[in-house]
Design a binder for this molecule. Structure first.
Ligand code: 26Q
Length: 813
């Protein structure tokens, strides 16, 4: 039946008979089939009827990493098997067709993938929601490795168009920059007009967000500077060709790349403009939809909530104030009351260099009205602080929205906290650090405002789609309700004690390992042993995530094997991840991984018992192959630095055991799966703080640990870079004379001895599998469905459809 329909779509959407169709035509037909199935749902979901029934959540994010949609949608709609069979009958492999779909890599890492998982869960729970972001022409760069050096290439994911998107020529908003302010009001009641600004247009493009077997289909709305792409014809006709083109280029640059180079002032200014561009269009769109409901503005916070994903969209707070004051002519108190109750802010990092601030200069030049509003917000806020804590000038300076030291800057996190109903951290420990350290003054001022919602992941994407064999096995034991009710995955735990189940579980893992081995063979030209321990470190390359600690361990094992070839080691270490283009130490780390791999993999003394591979161009697609195949998940950040982590959840869900520090969500994962099923090592947050306070000296570890010294000396000696013996000296210096800011040397001994434990445990394959099953079952509560329920209860005051009967959500203020 579905098969016939599919054949019909091949003809109607490609103009070819099925026997003449190539993979691109099959892709078009499959998309048409899915679109037809979800189109009806979609129009019902966005109809006014559906929206009136629930509070609408607007999720604003500079990043989205939704991954490909075809297989996800086919599985959600239960069409996967029938379509696979129809294609097979025509000699076509569905997985080959699926590879042709562009992967919207519109994000860097965790924050963007979290946005996608939360949207998935909101659709699954029937909660009306829109994601808002930018339709970047080039998403995150594609990573190529040339002799071990990262080379960034543009990823023009829209080259052949995006089969899923719907351009919304009817949704276009003007967004202004620059200009000046004119006061129109009377002296006691000023009213400002922001005039003369350079206006560009934002055009909406919609992508569907289907839920699992649910009636609800949500929308990811991405903004593009659309109609403004037109050349300025008048200027062109007047002979100003260069001027007309340069304006066109300036406008288009707004959505050209995600994270334009942060090193130059031009790059920073462009990023600032991107933030305002998408935020202004989104807030205008939100108000338009709200106005259409016919409800009075006072009801705004009852009907909507705007969740801002880190501070990048926090200009939305000033933008809503501007629209309420200047367009809808509310007075300040009303406007501020509505604004503060409409926003909520999620913090994703406490690292000082990642806390966003913008120079006042940018506001003066580009957003003068918003600067004025931020001054006013700050003035009123600080007067309130002074009333409550008189004579504490230091406190006022610490809380101010403006950092007065040096070049004056707006502290975006302070704006976000002041303008939100709730602020949340993304793991228990991260939230507690927010309350006790970075935002302690705010926590004291607004008790109860900073709350915790530990991150979660979509089980549909990270199990159902990534690991279908494991899903079939789980279904055979506990059915499939857990796909829509993930908490029920916990019912798998007793099966860990069933030897037959363990055997089957291990066989699935083995097949997934073979699949990864194929990827490694094709991507890296290296053959790896699927019977070895697959030890996986996959995430952005950053010093705090400590790829170097893993690498020192590899070099230590290598050195041991060189001395004693009979050691019972059998391990494949897999790295994957991208470095920020301007982050020299991260890039040098990649080169070191590459050079160590060359040496280790070729050394006859190692005899293949230790392999090191780096899989290039990490992203959602590669993750979906690596994650199901991992035995060991490396979550080894310096305690206190990883806000949560979500890769840790994906790997444990797929039956990897974790070796990890007590950081971020690792702590909660360890609690959930049982301490005995988690390999914990390293300094705790308190110990890290103490070490630093005492004046941490990496040399002490260098001199006190012979193996560590040998490892560092080997790297510094040029052993891995014979043609450029000094190449890796900066790495070794960073870890020694450079002060080792992320305490790699301090944790080395503890890490190596923990890994000995891992090694010994892995020898008992059956018991390892038992513990792997307990990891899968224990991850039940790290589903993003669970996280969304918590957001709904604690922050949004919104019930998912099925829960709306539950009374008494307390108002969040
Ligand atoms: C800041 C200032 C100027 C320019 C860019 C930025 C910037 C951009 C992106 C700062 C941070 C980010 C991204 C942060 C991020 O992805 N954080 C991760 O979020 C995950 C989801 O909550 C967590 O699991 C990770 O622990 C956290 O690192």
């Amino acid at each position: 039946m579905q098969g016939d329909l599919l054949l019909k779509y091949v003809r109607s959407s490609t103009g070819r008979p099925p026997k003449a169709a190539g993979p691109r035509q099959w892709l078009a037909a499959l998309v048409a089939l899915v679109r037809e199935r979800i189109g009806e749902q979609w129009s019902r979901s966005i109809g006014a009827e559906a929206e009136r029934r629930g509070k609408c959540v607007y999720y604003l994010s500079m990043e989205f990493l939704p991954g490909r949609l075809l297989i996800h949608a086919l599985r959600n709609l239960d069409l996967y098997e029938s379509c696979r069979e129809t294609l097979a009958e025509h000699g076509v492999d569905l997985s080959v067709v699926a590879e042709l779909e562009p992967d919207p890599a519109l994000g860097n890492g965790g924050l963007g993938r979290l946005a996608a998982c939360l949207l998935d869960s909101m659709a699954n729970l029937g909660l009306p929601a829109y994601g808002y972001g930018i339709r970047y022409d080039c998403g995150l760069f594609a990573q190529e490795m040339v002799d071990g050096w990262q080379v960034e290439r543009p990823d023009p994911w829209l080259r052949y168009g995006n089969p899923w998107e719907i351009p919304r020529g009817d949704l276009v908003y003007p967004v202004g920059f620059g200009g000046r302010l004119v006061d129109h009001g009377a002296a006691e009641r000023p009213r400002y007009d922001w005039t003369g600004s350079d206006e560009i247009l934002a055009v909406a493009y919609d992508l569907p967000v289907p839920g699992f077997q649910s009636q609800r289909l949500n929308t990811l709305r991405l903004w593009s500077p659309g109609a403004a792409h037109e050349l300025d014809l008048r200027s062109f006709n007047e002979g100003n060709h260069a001027g007309a083109f340069s304006r066109k280029n300036a406008i288009e640059s707004l959505s050209q790349v995600l994270y334009p180079g942060d090193a130059s002032p031009a790059g920073r200014e462009l990023r600032f403009k991107q933030e305002y561009f998408f935020v202004s269009a989104s807030v205008q769109d939100i108000l338009r939809r709200f106005r259409r409901s016919g409800r009075p503005l006072e009801c705004l916070p009852d009907d909507i909530v705007i969740q801002i994903n880190d501070t990048h969209p926090s200009l939305a707070i000033a933008e809503l104030m501007r629209l309420l004051l200047d367009r809808h002519h509310l007075d300040w108190e009303q406007a501020w009351h509505l604004t503060r109750r409409s926003f909520a802010y999620t913090n994703h990092t406490l690292m000082p260099e990642a806390l966003e601030t913008w120079p006042l200069q940018y506001f003066e030049k580009l957003l003068p009205r918003h600067l004025q509003l931020i001054y006013e917000i700050n003035d009123r806020f600080l007067r309130g602080v002074a009333r409550r804590c008189p004579n504490d000038g230091a406190l006022v300076r610490r809380l101010s929205l403006i950092d007065e030291e040096g070049e004056r800057r707006v502290r975006m996190a302070h704006l976000a906290i002041a303008g939100s109903r709730r602020v949340n951290g993304v793991s228990k420990i991260h939230t507690s650090l927010m309350q006790r350290t970075t935002f302690a003054d705010f926590a004291a001022l607004f008790p109860g405002k900073i709350v915790n919602v530990t991150n979660g992941i979509s089980f549909r994407r990270w199990l159902h789609e990534a690991n279908p064999e494991l899903v079939a096995l789980i279904r055979s034991r506990i059915g499939d309700r857990w796909l829509s009710q993930p908490d029920e995955l916990a019912a798998l735990a007793p099966h860990a004690d069933d030897p037959a189940f363990r055997t089957a579980f291990r066989a699935v893992k083995q097949r997934n390992k073979l699949r990864l081995a194929e990827l490694v063979a094709s991507d890296c030209g290296i053959s790896i042993d699927p019977n070895s321990l697959f030890d996986v470190h996959i995430k952005r390359i950053h010093e705090y995530k400590r790829q170097l600690l893993k690498l020192l361990h590899v070099v230590a094992l290598y050195d041991r094997l060189r001395r004693d070839a009979s050691l019972p080691i059998s391990r494949t270490v897999v790295f994957s991840g991208k470095a920020a283009p301007g982050y020299a130490m991260a890039k040098l780390t990649l080169k070191l991984i590459h050079d160590v791999a060359l040496r280790v993999n070729a050394d006859p003394a190692v005899a293949g018992r230790l392999k090191l591979v780096f899989i290039p161009d990490y992203g959602v697609r590669k993750a979906q192959v690596i994650v199901p195949a991992a035995d060991l998940s490396e979550q080894i950040s310096t305690a206190g630095h990883e806000a949560s982590g979500t890769g840790n959840m994906k790997l444990a869900l797929n039956g990897a055991l974790t070796v990890g520090t007590l950081d971020g969500a690792n702590i909660e994962i360890r609690e959930a799966v049982g301490e005995e099923n988690f390999f914990c090592f390293g300094a705790t947050i308190e110990e890290v703080a103490k070490l630093r306070a005492e004046g941490y000296d990496p040399w002490r570890h260098y001199h006190g640990n012979a193996e560590l010294r040998a490892v560092l000396d080997l790297i510094a000696s040029g052993h891995f870079s014979p043609s450029a013996p000094d190449l890796f000296k900066p790495v070794v210096e960073r870890l020694t004379s450079g002060g080792d800011p992320y305490l790699v040397l301090a944790d080395f001994a503890s890490y190596v001895s923990c890994q000995e434990h891992v090694e010994a445990n892995y020898l008992d394959a059956d018991d390892w599998t038992r513990r792997a099953v307990l990891n899968t079952a224990g991850l039940a509560k790290f589903s993003s469905d669970h996280a969304v329920r918590r957001y709904a209860e604690l922050i949004w005051n919104a019930g998912a459809r099925e829960e709306r009967a539950v009374p008494a959500f307390t108002a969040a203020e």
